[in-house]
Design a protein around this ligand. Structure first.
Ligand code: NAD
Length: 249
């Protein structure tokens, strides 16, 4: 229950979905938690809320400084904030490419850069990036999103190599389609959201989406002392989508 007692954590995009589940679980396991999000109105005690946009360097630096001041340091950084984009390379204008890469990739660069001096002072420093099966799966109609998550995967490996000798572990979690507001928004845009939801469930090897709590459990494992020798890995929480490679018939 209390294996994370004394550790100080920050979760970006922690006001909703996977980030919120991660923030709750970190707190439940005894960590102090700061949620960095563009909208922190839903963040309640004992969690700290730090309003910031990961695409704005000044706001990220200010939020991380505020978090460190509030908690007395930083041991765990969860880079979870992200945005989606639907379409092939013909569908998305350059502006959207810049925006999604700015949030999904550079957002991680900004938070990590601001956090590193504090992580170096920690005896248990861990960074967990929330990536996606889109990084390697070749999903249709997700060119921009997949490219951004492919970059998150390689960035995770490069960061793990750069900081391993400093005692800072860096890993990522690759969720499959997870049952969050993100997916609800996509379904709501469909002509028949209920039928679309049933079809989405049916396409999963387990016949259901993964839950935010299941992804959070993997994130918290990688962030915890139980994973002290684990760095530079991508842990899939996808109900078997990638590993099983099921084919009809
Ligand atoms: P969500 O929409 O429920 O939550 C995203 C949170 O990020 C929100 O609280 C939002 O306010 C915050 N956020 C968005 N842009 C931000 C910014 N610029 N600065 C700060 N905060 C920002 O989404 P989710 O489904 O929980 O997704 C979280 C992460 O998981 C994302 O990185 C996403 O790519 C990844 N992921 C999601 C799924 C899925 O199916 N839901 C699958 C694979 C990977």
């Amino acid at each position: 229950m209390n294996e994370l007692k004394g550790l100080r954590s920050l979760v970006t995009g922690g006001a909703s979905g996977i980030g919120a589940a991660t923030a709750r679980l970190l707190a439940h396991r005894g960590a102090e938690v700061c949620v960095l999000d563009i909208d922190t109105r839903s963040v309640t005690e004992p969690l700290h809320g730090c309003q910031a946009d990961v695409s704005d360097d000044a706001s990220v630096r200010a939020a991380i400084q505020a978090a460190v001041t509030a908690m007395g340091g930083l041991d765990i950084l969860v880079n979870n904030a992200g945005m989606g984009a639907v379409g092939s390379v013909e569908d998305n204008p350059d502006e959207l490419w810049h925006r999604v890469l700015d949030v999904n990739v550079l957002g991680i660069v900004r938070t990590t850069r601001a956090a590193l001096p504090h992580l170096r002072a920690s005896h248990h420093a861990a960074v967990v990036n929330v990536c996606s099966i889109a990084a390697t799966a070749g999903l249709p109609q997700r060119a921009l999103y997949s490219a951004s998550k492919g970059a998150v995967l390689s960035l995770t490996l490069a960061m793990a190599a750069d900081h391993v000798r400093e005692g800072i572990r860096v890993n990522c979690v690759n969720p499959g389609t997870a049952d969050t507001a993100w997916v609800a928004r996509l379904l709501d845009a469909a002509d028949d959201p209920e039928a679309e939801r049933a079809a989405l469930d049916a396409r999963q090897p387990m016949g259901r989406l993964v839950t935010a709590d299941e992804v959070a459990a993997a994130v918290v494992y990688l962030a915890s002392p139980a994973a002290a020798s684990v760095t530079g890995i991508a842990l899939a929480v996808d109900g078997g989508v990638q590993g099983l490679r099921l084919r009809p018939g």
